[in-house]
Design a protein around this ligand. Sequence first.
Ligand code: PD2
Ligand code: ZN
Length: 425
Amino acid sequence: MMPPNISELRNRAEAGEPRAQYLLAAALASSGARDEADQWLHAAAKNGEADASYTLATRQLQTHKGAASAHELLKGAAQHGSTVARRLLAVLVAEGIGAEADWRGAVSLVVAAAQEGDASAQREIAMLLLLADADDADAVHLLDRAAAQDAVAAAVCVRRSIRLGAADTRIRSLLQNLGALRYPNAGSLTAALKQATLSSSPQQVTSSHAALDWERVQGKLDGDAPLAPPVVEELCAAPDAKIIRGAFSAEACEYVIACASRHLAPSHTVDPRTGASRQDAYRTSLTATLGPVDLDLALVAVNRRVAHLVGSPHGNGEFLSVLHYSSGQEYKPHFDWLPPGDDFDRGGQRVTTALIYLNDDYEGGETHFLGPDIQFKGAPGDVLIFQNALPDGLPDKGSRHASLPVTQGAKWLGSKWFRGKKYNF
Ligand code: PD2
Ligand code: ZN
């Protein structure tokens, strides 16, 4: 069927048809007529058109303005049946953005979407369950269900089967699909799968397909279960750098990679004199910075776990960034602290850095502390935490560090900076 043309859409939009108003806005935006597109987008949202409300809400959140209005728009869109809106609303509800924080309410929004068959919601719930228990049977069941339709679920399923040393034809076909979708970590999964099946005897990875008890699932995720105190190992005393081994499972690492992979863009650095953010030969990797619009509840839980490991209030954390270094790429020696300026004023100094190592099938790419001349390469799921400021809050001039050039393969890493005060994005 041919898409309706602009003049036909305009007639229907002027007659007050909300869907035509939204489609007209989209058509006008892609033809460059942004102002008129915006007018129709607002008209469609006002008339309750769910996709228009979702689009406007994401725009408000991306520009860091109007959290309360974004919340209302998403609530409306969710009531009109938009699942993406429901899942993003859940993030705002969990994080207390534009409304009171309510973890249980957030979970029930996503559980309802999963129950209705939304594959993204199913893998989101599966990952939440796996973060609490790496072998949760309901999680495995949900992941299996979602994997046929959802690339993130497929990637996690394959990673899980690698961990268990099992690869049936279904897993191989999921991996083939990921390759066809140009999933950037498909090569690594393929190589690891070959290794795993050569070196071990297969175990059962697929779940039984009995009906899921959704009340049981909701019950498992309701509470803010207390996290065990981390076991901390010192890397060096000056600067103060510590390692927490195995804080995340191989599946959680793959989840973060898969969610971030479609948001990758050239990395930026902060100009130490002006405080402005810019692209720089100093930092040649790609970065995906996962702001509220890019999150789901599983990623919120990952962020919360990092804050717990750091011992900082969750609200002091900047957004999680996922870095991808190809061969030859690096982050030259630098400090993570901020110069005075607008960015500094959003939450004070970047006192602590947490690095989550997401893979290790690459050469080079060590994190290097130049003062003590110590290099570190974590295993997937290890977290390195170091202080950029001294106990008095002033920058630690001994905290200069770098990511050495990757010489083979690709390095994936989660990086999260923590401020001295609440971070106002
Ligand atoms: O990728 C790293 O190892 C690295 C090294 C130094 C990351 C950062 N700094 C950072 O994200 O600040
Ligand atoms: Zn750094």
